[in-house]
Design a protein around this ligand. Structure first.
Ligand SMILES: NC(=O)c1ccc[n+]([C@@H]2O[C@H](COP(=O)([O-])OP(=O)(O)OC[C@H]3O[C@@H](n4cnc5c(N)ncnc54)[C@H](OP(=O)(O)O)[C@@H]3O)[C@@H](O)[C@H]2O)c1
Length: 285
């Protein structure tokens, strides 16, 4: 077992978390608060972001830290200038030590159906924004010889996912990007980690309108967002390349992609299909 790395999350390191207004991102902000980080919290919903900032402050103080008040940045990362505005705001008060690319969303239904008409925005947020943020901030981290990137991918990253095709592909991109960057940055003092959670309780599935999917109707599979976040930050501190929280999900992520491809695709098609109905989206268009 490697020694825990503490420099990347040492007290008052500046951590920028995208999508910190809810779900896994909010819990990641809480996990960094327990470590005394100076936080830059991003989201679109300013009111929820403010509530997260207040809770973050309390958690940090309860843990015996006195970081500066979190900096709140509101930006829609699907918009052309969203990343530029976020970067300008985040850099205004000093360098960013840790980038957490967490903001993201899913779409559900056949790719050819109207229900997936947000796929282009999905790529803009899950792929383009995450890439642009890493591209902008990683060189500065390498020059300083410290810091890192924690990318929130998914177990969806390990194989294609019929009925959520663009989402699974976007997470595969993020996983592969993270793995390659972790090798490129080896020995620079900077680390890159991909956090790959399985289904996790958050606003994600409601936003993706996928409440009918068989996978989502299997509550026993769902993880707690706070546990996912803690596992992610711990793995990041240890400089791990990839982490899949939970034994069953880690096993699935290992085995599913290794099955004959037609079988993997059939399993995912079954898991993502609506319970007892026709394909959502296909039916509506
Ligand atoms: N929940 C799961 O089962 C699961 C599993 C594996 C991976 N993940 C990944 O975990 C990450 C967090 O998702 P979650 O489960 O915590 O879902 P969530 O509760 O819906 O949170 C998504 C976050 O992303 C932000 N976001 C969404 N679209 C955005 C946009 N256009 N511009 C800027 N921010 C945007 C949201 O901001 P606002 O709310 O302020 O708009 C929110 O803070 C995502 O990357 C997701 O793919 C989730």
């Amino acid at each position: 077992m490697p020694e825990p790395r503490t420099d990347a999350t040492a007290t008052h390191r500046r951590v920028l978390t995208t999508g910190a207004s809810s779900g896994i991102g909010r819990e990641l902000a809480f996990a960094f608060a327990r470590r005394g980080a100076a936080q830059i919290l991003h989201g679109r919903d300013e009111e929820r972001l403010r509530a997260v900032a207040d809770a973050t402050d309390r958690i940090a103080r309860d843990a015996g830290h006195a970081p500066p008040a979190p900096l709140l940045l509101v930006a829609d990362l699907a918009e052309a200038d969203g990343v530029d505005r976020l970067l300008a705001g985040a850099r205004a008060d000093g360098p960013v030590d840790v980038l957490v690319n967490n903001a993201g969303f899913g779409t559900y239904g056949p790719f050819h159906a109207p229900a997936t008409d947000r796929d282009e925005a999905l790529v803009a947020v899950n792929v383009v924004a995450a890439t642009r943020l890493a591209k902008a901030l990683l060189p500065e981290m390498v020059a300083r010889g410290r810091g890192g990137v924690l990318n929130v991918a998914s177990t969806a990253a390990f194989q294609p996912g019929p009925l959520a095709a663009a989402y699974y592909a976007s997470k595969a991109y993020l996983l592969h990007l993270s793995e390659a960057l972790s090798v490129e940055t080896h020995g620079t003092g900077v680390t890159v980690t991909a956090l790959c959670p399985g289904p996790t309780r958050s606003g994600f599935h409601a936003h993706a309108d996928m409440g009918e999917a068989r996978l989502v109707r299997t509550p026993g599979l769902f993880l707690r967002a706070d546990r996912v976040a803690e596992a992610g930050v711990r793995a990041f501190e240890r400089g791990r390349r990839v982490v899949v929280p939970g034994f069953v999900h880690a096993l699935g992520a290992t085995l599913l992609p290794r099955l004959p491809r037609p079988l993997t695709l059939a399993i995912l098609r079954y898991a993502n299909a609506p319970v007892g109905g026709t394909d959502r989206g296909a039916a509506s268009g």
